[in-house]
Design a protein around this ligand. Structure first.
Ligand code: NDP
Length: 449
């Protein structure tokens, strides 16, 4: 694994000092800075223009109060965030996360990762992320709607199809995007479809956007397998999470002939040796907003819900962490390796700890970082923006083909770049360098802004 270049250590120290306590943001910057040393050494103009230092400082950070009333008429208060990190390649683009763990450090790590991910897609989008410490779990429909309306009442002034275009993330799905878009439309008096992505299919949404992150991750793994003339056929796969990304990763693995034997939520995991019954899982998650424990109960037979323990104990050839950050640690990595795992690809953002990545790398497990493997979501959001701008809508097949093509090209660019910099097969180095170079060149072209 690469060690951080001397010049970049100073930049990293400054990031830590200027952003105290934001450990996830430190983790995300460290990983990128560790990769890009050779590029910075080759391009002294990046250093003289302080490109990396400027890249680590968000262009704009918005923090706001979100008051709302619950069903009992009590006043509730949350905090809203939008970090508009970098607009060198296009309007700010990145999702909104509603989860009690959200604070500035989480939003910044996600926004920082988003810059490189969006650059890798080859599409003209900058990087941003936002959200709130609001917990949608256990809230009524009316409470979720009032919260979304209050959130948008403040955020709308920073958005626009040429300015900043949010989408979903943890806790923000089609329902929330509907309330957010409806309120944006009302207060601006404009039907500006391109201002939010992940919209419903009848009001400006794109085919495949719902499926895109999970499908895209699996398309990426298909390419990884193809490098050794292998396929998903008959492969045993474990997918963590049971939300948007996990569900559609499972769907695509099954379509390609693999078998997903386990998935999870924050209360445990289910082990279903016959393969996860996706219709049942979708019914429980989408329609009833239920838990994977409900899945085990409804499925019956030998299917087990394991409350304590790690989903990474389940033997598999391919592991797809699709839940949340730092959910796969060093011990998990060791168990995966001992059980014969050959590929780990991140559907979630930064789900593997640095220690886990190091251990997997040293054991020769092929590892795809989230900024490459889960870029299909934002890429399809950019396709949604294209359709909105041309007032067009494409078929499912055409959109899926575009997504598959984008994932293939991201995969190849990662490998080619890793080769160019003497790290063959290292997807982390490839993704970071390829993503960085495009943004850095645009920043140089713009002068000191
Ligand atoms: P969802 O809210 O739809 O689902 C999140 C899932 O992860 C839920 O099943 C949730 O369980 C589970 N989860 C959360 N925390 C934990 C935990 N500590 N242990 C086990 N399971 C957990 O979110 P998404 O599927 O949209 O997002 C998942 C990941 O993918 C995130 O990292 C997100 O940033 C990333 N991502 C999403 C994109 C998208 O298009 N949606 C695009 C690119 C990346 P529970 O219900 O118990 O909380």
């Amino acid at each position: 694994m690469p060690v951080m270049d001397e010049n970049l250590i100073t930049v990293f120290d400054e990031v830590v000092a200027r952003n105290p306590g934001e450990t996830e943001f430190h983790q995300a910057t460290r990983e990128v800075l560790e990769s890009i040393g050779p590029v910075v050494a080759k391009h002294p103009e990046y250093t003289s223009a302080e490109v990396v230092r400027r890249l680590c400082e968000p262009e704009r950070q918005i923090i706001f109060r979100v008051p709302w009333t619950d069903d009992a008429g009590r006043v509730q208060l949350n905090r809203g965030f939008r970090v508009e990190f970098n607009s060198a390649l296009g309007p700010y683009k990145g999702g909104l996360r509603f989860h009690p763990s959200v604070y500035l450090g989480i939003v910044k790590f996600l926004g920082f990762e988003q810059i490189f991910k969006n650059s890798l897609t080859g599409l003209p989008i900058g990087g941003a992320k936002g959200g709130s410490d609001f917990d949608p779990k256990g809230k009524s429909e009316a409470e979720v709607m009032r919260f979304c309306q209050s959130f948008m009442t403040e955020l709308y002034r920073y958005l626009g199809e040429h300015t900043d275009v949010p989408a979903g993330d943890i806790g923000v799905g089609g329902r929330e995007i509907g309330y957010l878009f409806g309120h944006y439309k009302r207060i601006t008096n404009r039907y500006e479809s391109g201002t939010l992505t992940g919209k419903g299919l009848t009001w400006g949404g794109s085919q495949v956007r719902t499926e895109a992150t999970g499908y895209g991750t699996v398309f990426f793994v298909e390419e990884m397998l193809a490098t050794s003339r292998d396929t998903f056929e008959g492969k045993r796969v474990v997918v963590s999470g049971s939300g948007n990304v996990a569900i559609y990763a499972i769907e695509k693995v099954h379509q390609l002939g693999g078998v997903v034997v386990a998935c999870s939520d924050s209360n445990g995991y289910v082990l279903d040796e016959a393969g996860i019954d996706l219709d049942l899982l979708k019914e429980i998650k989408d329609q009833q907003r239920g838990r994977v424990s409900d899945y085990a109960t409804r499925r019956g037979g030998p299917v087990r819900h394991i409350k304590d323990g790690s989903i990474w104990d389940v033997p598999c050839e391919i592991a797809l962490p699709c839940a949340t950050q730092n959910e796969l640690n060093g011990n998990d990595a060791r168990r995966l390796i001992a059980n014969g795992c050959k590929i780990v690809a991140e559907g979630a953002n930064m789900p593997s700890t640095p220690e886990a990545i190091k251990i997997l790398h040293e054991a020769g497990v092929k590892f795809a970082p989230g900024k490459a493997a889960n870029a299909g979501g934002v890429a399809t959001s950019a396709l949604e923006m294209q359709q909105n701008a041309s007032r067009d809508s494409w078929s499912f097949e055409h959109t899926e083909e575009r997504l598959a093509g984008i994932m293939r090209s991201i995969h190849d660019r990662c490998l080619e770049t890793a080769d160019d910099y003497g790290q063959p097969g290292d997807y982390v180095t490839g993704a970071n360098i390829a993503g960085f170079t495009k943004v850095a060149d645009a920043m140089l072209a713009f002068g000191l802004i």
